[in-house]
Design a protein around this ligand. Structure first.
Ligand code: C2E
Ligand code: MG
Ligand code: MG
Ligand code: MG
Length: 288
């Protein structure tokens, strides 16, 4: 009996190990395959920017957009940014991809200006590596010049973790970006490393309240209190405040009532390709 039990344990162990191993292999293989497709994505022009509007809650006008990257891979179909941006960050591919986002955003802003949409700032999401390991200031300024647009039309969104990972480097970079006239936003505010201590030290302009608080604000009293507190705090610190992920009229009414400055979310519009933006802007009286 003892031998039999030992044999069973061993073979179970081995099988478990093989099963585990096979799953790991599959995951690693999938990732490798995504990674090699991503390497080719830029040349193959599989990347695209979508634009999601920001609605001002006082003027009821669209006051800008956020550029959100989309990857339509020949091999993998549509791959969401939450899936491939981390791979791009780990492999360094975020450097060429991030620069492409900057170039494409500037090109698009220049085109909208040429078409008469003059004051339409666009926010770009910036990764940690772009902030700390590339010359973000020079890259941005180079592309502004190339396309002939002023820095006030570019906003930069950083998550808290990006800023707190390497405080000194982030501080230096933010200060020179601010001096250059870019608008600086803390994205996904309230999740992650929230530290109230850095708020008045970083030279930022805008806090963007994370979607998770906005989603629960109308059902959960605690979330509502947090959203209200962030709005008040922002105003006390002379920052403007935007809420992301607004999907319902109730949420919009609540945000308006507590004097949140701007809002973004599916209720106003999903992110859309540049081709749809003009029509969207021409019909923004819908939100009056
Ligand atoms: P994020 O910057 O916080 O962007 C907001 C995300 O929420 C976007 O997802 C947007 O499509 C989604 N969203 C907007 N409104 C709503 C809503 O009402 N409901 C729900 N459920 N979702 C909403 P997306 O486009 O999949 O991007 C995910 C994340 O990927 C972004 O989060 C950002 O961190 C990153 N990302 C996107 N584009 C870029 C880029 O060009 N560069 C870098 N470094 N990161 C990017
Ligand atoms: Mg963002
Ligand atoms: Mg966000
Ligand atoms: Mg987010």
């Amino acid at each position: 009996h003892a031998d039999l039990a030992m044999y069973q344990a061993k073979s179970r162990g081995r099988n478990n190990f093989q099963f585990f191993d096979a799953t790991m292999d599959l995951r690693a293989a999938r990732r490798l395959s995504l990674e090699s497709s991503l390497r080719a994505a830029l040349e193959r022009e599989e990347l695209q920017l979508y634009y999601q509007p920001k609605l001002d809650l006082i003027s009821h006008r669209v006051v800008g957009f956020e550029a959100l990257i989309r990857w339509h891979s020949h091999e993998h179909g549509a791959v969401p940014p939450d899936r491939f941006i981390p791979i791009a960050e780990e492999t360094g591919l975020i450097m060429p991809i991030g620069e492409w986002v900057i170039d494409e955003t500037c090109r698009q802003i220049a085109q909208w200006r040429a078409e008469g949409y003059d004051d339409m700032p666009v926010a770009i999401n910036i990764s940690l590596i772009q902030l700390t390991r590339t010359d973000l200031e020079n890259t941005l300024v180079g592309h502004l010049h190339k396309h002939g647009i002023p820095s006030r039309l570019i906003e930069l969104e950083f998550t808290e973790s990006v800023l707190l990972q390497d405080f000194e480097t982030a501080m230096d970079a933010l200060q020179s970006l601010r001096r250059l006239g870019f608008t600086l936003t803390i994205d996904d505010f309230g999740v992650g490393y929230s530290s109230l201590n850095y708020l008045n030290r970083f030279p930022i302009n805008v806090l963007k309240i994370d979607r998770s608080f906005v989603t629960s604000a109308c059902e959960d009293q605690d979330a509502a209190i947090i959203v209200q507190a962030v709005v008040n705090l922002s105003h006390d610190l002379k920052l403007s405040v935007i809420a992301e992920g607004c999907e319902t009229v109730e949420q919009l009414d609540y945000l308006k009532r507590i004097a949140c400055d701007q809002v973004q979310g599916y209720l106003i519009s999903r992110p859309m390709p540049a081709a749809d933006v003009r029509q969207f802007l021409d019909s923004d009286y819908l939100y009056q």
